[in-house]
Write a protein that binds this ligand. Structure first.
Ligand SMILES: CC(C)(COP(=O)(O)OP(=O)(O)OC[C@H]1O[C@@H](n2cnc3c(N)ncnc32)[C@H](O)[C@@H]1OP(=O)(O)O)[C@@H](O)C(=O)NCCC(=O)NCCS
Length: 130
């Protein structure tokens, strides 16, 4: 999920959460070079001991602010249909699920998204302007 290129080339729009010197969470996102109104959150992770405290909400909020100040009005992300926690989390963050071409466990998915047999749930959120 995180080849080094993400850390090298998207560091100005990515975030770390630290307690002291301990890394407890991260968000890797970027402003789309191809879609000037859009930004994309590639991956977020919170240390298991630190979940449920609003850390991911905080990282998303900071990323949304970066998007707004840099003229982006749409944020996209995606996850696997088995990742129910991620699906609920994104819905709590105000993302809509983009209708796909199939369903998995009652959730709309885009089948064969990255490769055959690899369905994904696609999220989209519109940001209010500053
Ligand atoms: C998903 C993940 C990033 C959430 O991080 P977190 O810091 O625990 O989330 P927060 O505490 O900020 O929660 C924000 C909201 O989402 C909800 N939420 C978070 N995780 C949830 C879960 N597993 N199930 C249901 N709801 C969840 C919270 O209840 C909260 O809702 P509220 O503020 O409206 O009450 C974290 O569980 C994680 O790192 N998971 C493993 C990696 C992963 O799946 N990343 C996403 C891949 S795209």
């Amino acid at each position: 999920m995180l080849p080094r290129l993400f850390l090298l080339h998207f560091s100005d729009t990515s975030l770390l959460a630290e307690e002291g010197e301990r890394l407890v969470g991260f968000l890797v996102g970027f402003l789309s070079p191809s879609r000037p109104e859009e930004a994309y959150i590639h991956f977020v992770g919170i240390h298991p001991d630190y979940r449920g405290r609003g850390l991911a909400r905080m990282l998303y909020g900071r990323f949304f602010e970066t998007c707004r100040t840099r003229g982006r009005s749409v944020v996209r992300s995606c996850t696997s249909p088995v990742n129910r926690g991620s699906i609920v989390f994104h819905q709590r963050m105000g993302f809509q699920i983009e209708p796909g071409d199939g369903f998995a466990d009652g959730v709309s998915v885009h089948t064969d998204y990255n490769r055959p047999g690899d369905p994904k749930v696609l999220f989209m959120k519109r940001l209010e302007p500053c």
